[in-house]
Design a protein. Structure first.
Length: 172
């Protein structure tokens, strides 16, 4: 349908949480690119990136309440109106991000700083443009275990989607 942006992606989680997602939908969480549900862009490396993200999250203790966390992948289609989509690789958006980031020049930036920066950027963009952004396409560093095999020098950082409105997500 014209005027829509449709993307497909994969989300790495535990089998226990995958069942919860299928039954009740996603919960918006946090991440380096702000609040939302994160998906790896569908492609030949997506499943492996999702599993590696899960491994990294397990090592960080994110699944410590589960007795035997096993990896699961949730596939989804994300659909938004074209006015609700932001592509951070778009030259105009990339330039805006670069200008906004200059206040961080020379500072040591942690994950919380990154999340706050992006969240503030999205909210300012929404106020200025009078548009609600529900889907963001961006690049992120591969999860720790992927750094041994993902060819960043050749491909750059992998693409992911940050979904800021869970109603846009259709589980496949």
């Amino acid at each position: 349908m014209p005027g829509e942006v449709v993307r497909r992606g994969v989300h790495g989680t535990s089998q226990e949480r995958a069942k919860q997602i299928i039954d009740g939908g996603f919960n918006l969480g946090g991440g380096r690119r702000g609040k939302g549900v994160y998906f790896w862009s569908e492609g030949p490396n997506a499943d492996r990136l999702a599993r590696d993200w899960f491994r990294q999250a397990c090592e960080a203790g994110n699944y410590r309440t589960e007795t035997n966390p096993q990896a699961a992948i949730v596939r989804a289609s994300i659909t938004v109106d074209v006015t609700e989509f932001m592509d951070c690789k778009d030259p105009e958006i990339a330039a805006m991000l670069e200008r906004a980031s200059m206040s961080y020049a020379g500072r040591r930036v942690n994950n919380s700083d990154m999340s706050g920066f992006y969240e503030a950027f999205y909210l300012a963009y929404e106020r200025k443009s009078h548009r609600k952004i529900k889907l963001i396409q961006t690049d992120v560093s591969p999860p720790g275990p992927s750094k041994d095999w993902y060819p960043v020098p050749l491909l750059g950082h992998p693409s992911c989607y940050v979904v800021r409105d869970r109603e846009c997500i259709a589980i496949l």
